[in-house]
Write a protein that binds this ligand. Structure first.
Ligand SMILES: CC(C)(COP(=O)(O)OP(=O)(O)OC[C@H]1O[C@@H](n2cnc3c(N)ncnc32)[C@H](O)[C@@H]1OP(=O)(O)O)[C@@H](O)C(=O)NCCC(=O)NCCS
Length: 218
């Protein structure tokens, strides 16, 4: 059993060959201040959730029993890598389970040390332990060689439909900033807002931060 602070039991992760000082474990409920969101920011736009929001999402995931398996790599008390296995229960394949690999991210300064590979191996061991017959993932061409090293092969094309206006991370950040400034929610869906926001932001120092964040993740 996982204790209430841990998303799932550590025993599901097989022993990993991490570099000295690094360890891998399940995400914990008190990880908010250890840089979990900073780590995810190497992957995409994250917004700026509060600790209460983090813990509410953690509790939802924990309550969806045997479904969400977020692993994290810790180094000197900071989270420097993460990845998630989401387990989908099927009617096909004799009511089989399919693993979906999501949110693989390693902090920039620790990339190239084998952490990504170790996270993938850890998630693979979880997938096997919980009875998945396969794991699948989506990625851009840039990351295909990495996932091939992790034992995956290209088995098709990815298709998507967005239920919000499709946009890059810069424009997501812009809308989020405007929501925080005005207190109005739902700005994400209003194209006109961006024109106003751009004008406002061009005279505001926050522009630098937002643009820098946005550029980094596109
Ligand atoms: C992709 C990512 C997770 C890889 O993690 P990492 O810790 O740097 O990778 P590793 O050090 O474990 O690399 C494992 C192997 O894959 C190779 N590899 C890693 N990224 C690669 C890439 N983009 N192209 C080619 N090979 C790559 C490494 O050279 C290494 O090969 P080796 O064992 O022969 O030396 C990391 O670069 C990252 O977080 N990127 C930004 C976020 C992102 O794009 N996530 C994936 C979303 S789909």
């Amino acid at each position: 059993m996982a204790d209430s602070q841990s998303l799932f039991p550590l025993s599901l992760i097989s022993t990993a060959a991490l570099p000295d000082g690094f360890s891998i474990r399940p995400l914990a409920r008190d990880d908010y201040h250890k840089g979990f969101y900073e780590c995810l920011r190497v992957l995409t736009w994250v917004a700026d959730p509060t600790e209460v929001e983090f813990q509410a999402r953690f509790d939802e995931m924990a309550a969806a029993k045997d479904t969400y398996f977020f692993a994290v790599v810790e180094f000197r008390g900071r989270i420097v890598g993460t990845g998630c296995l989401v387990v989908e229960r099927k009617f096909i394949h004799n009511h089989g389970k399919c693993g979906h690999i999501e949110e693989i991210a390693v902090a920039k300064e620790h990339q190239g040390k084998g952490l990504g590979l170790n996270i993938m191996r850890a998630l693979e061991s979880v997938a096997v332990s919980v009875g998945c017959y396969k794991s699948i993932l989506n990625c851009g061409p840039r990351n295909e060689p990495f996932y091939e090293k992790c034992g995956f092969h290209n088995s098709g094309i990815e298709m998507s439909v967005y239920f919000e206006e499709e946009r890059d991370n810069y424009h997501r950040a812009l809308a989020a900033w405007l929501e925080s400034m005005t207190g109005f929610e739902g700005m994400q869906g209003h194209a006109a807002v961006y024109r106003v926001a751009k004008v406002q932001l061009s005279t505001n120092v926050k522009l630098t931060t937002i643009r820098r964040n946005g550029d980094r993740h596109v």
